[in-house]
Ligand binder design. Structure first.
Ligand SMILES: NC(=O)c1ccc[n+]([C@@H]2O[C@H](COP(=O)([O-])OP(=O)(O)OC[C@H]3O[C@@H](n4cnc5c(N)ncnc54)[C@H](O)[C@@H]3O)[C@@H](O)[C@H]2O)c1
Ligand SMILES: O=C(O)[C@H](O)COP(=O)(O)O
Length: 566
C-alpha cells in the first residue's frame, strides 16, 4: 500500500512537484525559490505501485533514469502538466503516452555531455591499462606487475558509433590522445565530419577497422531502431583483440552475444556503464557479464559529476517553473518550439480559432471528416501549429472529456478521424488577417437538414480582439463571448422587433445584436435587393428560458434558433 503524502493543510489548488530520483540540491532549491507557494516532494525509491497511487496529486514530475514513467503510471496522472528528465535519455518515459495525454516531456539535452564524454575516456584508458583489475589486485595484497601489461592508445583507431553531442565530444578528447577517429552515423554528412578530422564509414567498416569501438547513439525501437545494434554478427566483425565501450544505453548491445565474444577471446575487453536492466542486481546474465575478467563495469555513472548534476537539475527546474506558470519549456521532447514573441502575436488568433471550433460543434454537432483551414494576410507567415491545436481544442472540448493542448492536439484529431488541411496566403482577403474554416462533415443528412448551415466559419482580429465575420452563408460581426442566440429568418421588416419582444418578456437583456444578410448580397446598402434569409446574432447577458426559445422558433418566418455559449 502506497504511503500517503501527508499535507492536510495544503489548499487543493496548490501546485505540487514530485521528485522521484536523486537530483542536485541546486535544482530542488531553484524550484522552492521560484515556486514559493508550491509543495515540492522528494520521494526517491518509490515502487511503481506507490508512484501510481500518488501521481494524481502532482502537476510536475522530475526523474532521472531510474523512475520508469510508464503509460500505466501516466494513466493516473490526471493533473500532470510536465515530466522533467534531469538528464538526456528519455527512454524511461513513455513519451507517446505523455503526448496523448497532453503532458510535456522536457530534458536537459546538453547538461551532461562533457561528463558522459569524460567517463568514456576514463573507460577507454581503464580498458587499455587494466586499471580496475590492477587496483583490485593491490587491494588483495598482491603485486602482479607482469599480469597487467597494457597498450597505448596513441596511434590507435577509435570507432565512434553515433557522432552526436557526446560522440563528438569523445572524438575531440580522443584526438587529444593522438588517436585516429572513424565514425558511423547515418545522419552526419562526411563533409561535416571531415571538418573535425573524423572519417565517416559504414558500420561494418568501423567495426572492422577500429581498435576501440565506442557507442553513442540513443536507444530507439522499431525496424530502424538502435536496440540490439551490436549483436553477434557485429561483434564478429570487430578486429580480433579490439575493445568495446558503451556509455550510452544498455539495450544497444546484445549482452549474451557480448559474453560469448569475450569467452571466445575474440575481443579483448569491454567497458560498460549501462545495462539492459538497471540496477543489474538480480539478473543472472548481467551478473555473469559484470563479473567477467575482461569487463569493466560502472553503475550508470556517465552523468554523475557534480557539475553535470547541477547543470541538468537546474535546467529541468527552470523549465518546470516556466510550464507550471503557463509558459513554455526550452527543451521539450514532444512539443513544437514557439518563441514567446510569436506566441504573443498568435494569442488572439488562438482565442478566435478556438471559438470558431466551439461554435461549429455547438451549431452543428455532427461527426467531422475534414476541415480546410485558410489563413490569409500577414498571419499566414507565422508558425501556425498553436492555431491548429486551438481549433482541435475548440472542436473537441465542448463534446468530450479530452483535454487538448499543443502537445496532444494532432494525436487527438487523428484519433477522432478529423483531417485538417491548411492553406496559407499572405495576400489579405476581406480583412487584413482572416481565418476561415470550411467543414466537411460526415452527416449524410447534411444537405437536407434545415439546421445545417455552418459549412463555413470565418473570423478576424481587431484591436487584439477576436471577431467572427461569417457564419455559414451569412455576413456578421460580433465578439464571440458568452451566451449567444443564433436565429435565422426571412429577411423582412418586423423580425428584429418580434425576437426583441419575446426576449423583453423573458427579462433577457441584449448586449449586442447583429443582423447579417446572406453573403450572396453585398454588405453595403442596396434598396432593391431581393428577399432572402438573414442571420440574427444576439449576444445576451443571461440564458434565454426554453419557453422563450420555443416562442421565437414557432413565430412565422423563422427557421431555426440555437443558443450557444462561447
Ligand atoms: N551514461 C550516461 O550517463 C549518459 C550520459 C549522457 C548521455 N548518455 C546517452 O548517450 C547517448 C548519446 O547522447 P547524445 O546527447 O550525444 O545524443 P545525440 O542525439 O546528440 O546523438 C546521438 C547520435 O546518434 C546518431 N544515430 C541515430 N541512430 C543511429 C544509428 N542507427 N547508428 C549510428 N548513429 C545513430 C544520431 O544521428 C546522433 O548523431 C544517448 O543514448 C544518451 O542517453 C548516457
Ligand atoms: O541519459 C542521461 O542523461 C544519462 O544516462 C544519465 O542518466 P542518470 O541521470 O540516471 O545518471
Amino acid at each position: 500500500m502506497a504511503e500517503e503524502v501527508a499535507h492536510p493543510e495544503v489548499p487543493a489548488d496548490t501546485i505540487k512537484v514530485l521528485i522521484t530520483d536523486r537530483i542536485a540540491r541546486e535544482g530542488v532549491n531553484f524550484l522552492r525559490e521560484h515556486l514559493p507557494d508550491a509543495q515540492i516532494d522528494e520521494r526517491p525509491g518509490l515502487t511503481p505501485e506507490q508512484l501510481k497511487a500518488i501521481i494524481g496529486e502532482y502537476s510536475a514530475l522530475v526523474v532521472r533514469s531510474e523512475t520508469q514513467v510508464t503509460s500505466d503510471i501516466l494513466s493516473a496522472a490526471t493533473k500532470l502538466k510536465i515530466v522533467g528528465r534531469a538528464g538526456v535519455g528519455v527512454d524511461n518515459i513513455d513519451t507517446a503516452a505523455a503526448t496523448r495525454q497532453g503532458i510535456i516531456v522536457v530534458n536537459s539535452p546538453t547538461g551532461n555531455i562533457i561528463a558522459a564524454a569524460e567517463h568514456t575516456i576514463a573507460m577507454l584508458m581503464a580498458l587499455a591499462r587494466h586499471v580496475p583489475a590492477a587496483d583490485a589486485s593491490m587491494k588483495a595484497n598482491k603485486w602482479e606487475k607482469s599480469r597487467f601489461l597494457g597498450i597505448e592508445v596513441r596511434n590507435k583507431t577509435l570507432g565512434v558509433i553515433g557522432l552526436g553531442k557526446v560522440g563528438m565530444a569523445v572524438a575531440r578528447r580522443a584526438q587529444g590522445l593522438e588517436m585516429q577517429i572513424i565514425a558511423f552515423d547515418p545522419f552526419v554528412s562526411p563533409e561535416q565530419a571531415r571538418k573535425s578530422n573524423v572519417t565517416m564509414m559504414s558500420l561494418e567498416e568501423v567495426l572492422q577497422q577500429a581498435d576501440f569501438v565506442t557507442l553513442h547513439t540513443s536507444l530507439t525501437s522499431g525496424p530502424n531502431g538502435t536496440r540490439g545494434l551490436i549483436g553477434e554478427h557485429e561483434l564478429q566483425l570487430m578486429k580480433p583483440g579490439a575493445r568495446l565501450i558503451n556509455c550510452a544505453r544498455g539495450g544497444l548491445i546484445d549482452e549474451e552475444a557480448l559474453l560469448k565474444a569475450l569467452d571466445e577471446k575474440h575481443i579483448a575487453g569491454a567497458a560498460l556503464d549501462v545495462f539492459s536492466q538497471e540496477p543489474v542486481r538480480d539478473n543472472a546474465l548481467l551478473q555473469r557479464l559484470i563479473s567477467h575478467d575482461h569487463i569493466i563495469a560502472t553503475p550508470h555513472l556517465g552523468a554523475s559529476t557534480e557539475e553535470a548534476q547541477v547543470g541538468v537539475a537546474t535546467d529541468v527546474a527552470e523549465q518546470i517553473v516556466s510550464v507550471v506558470r503557463g509558459g513554455f519549456p526550452r527543451a521539450a521532447v514532444n512539443a513544437p518550439l514557439i518563441l514567446p514573441e510569436t506566441l504573443k502575436i498568435l494569442q488572439p488568433y488562438m482565442t478566435l480559432i478556438e471559438k470558431l471550433g466551439r461554435l461549429y460543434t455547438q451549431l452543428q454537432p455532427e461527426p467531422l471528416r475534414k476541415i480546410e483551414l485558410t489563413y490569409s494576410g500577414e498571419i499566414a507567415s507565422y508558425d501556425l501549429r498553436p492555431l491548429q491545436a486551438a481549433l482541435v481544442k475548440g472542436l473537441l472540448e465542448s463534446v468530450s472529456e479530452a483535454h487538448v493542448n499543443m502537445i496532444n492536439a494532432q494525436v487527438l484529431a487523428k484519433e477522432w478521424g478529423i483531417e485538417i488541411v491548411e492553406q496559407k496566403t499572405t495576400t489579405p482577403s476581406e480583412f487584413a488577417n482572416q481565418v476561415t474554416l470550411r467543414v466537411i462533415s460526415d452527416g449524410a443528412s447534411s444537405e437536407s437538414n434545415k439546421d445545417n448551415f455552418v459549412n463555413v466559419l470565418s473570423g478576424t482580429v481587431m484591436h487584439d480582439e477576436p471577431r467572427i465575420v461569417q457564419v455559414g452563408p451569412y455576413w456578421t460581426e460580433f465578439v464571440p463571448e458568452g451566451p449567444i442566440l443564433f436565429c435565422r429568418n426571412i429577411d423582412q421588416p418586423g423580425m428584429i422587433g418580434l425576437v426583441g419582444t419575446v426576449l423583453g418578456k423573458a427579462g433577457v437583456n441584449i448586449r449586442h445584436m447583429d443582423v447579417g444578410p446572406s453573403v450572396r448580397k453585398a454588405r453595403s446598402y442596396d434598396a432593391n435587393r431581393p428577399t432572402d434569409s438573414a442571420l440574427m446574432v444576439i449576444l445576451v447577458d443571461n440564458p434565454i428560458p426554453e419557453w422563450a426559445l420555443d416562442e421565437i422558433n414557432q413565430a412565422g418566418n423563422i427557421f431555426g434558433v440555437k443558443m450557444v455559449t462561447l
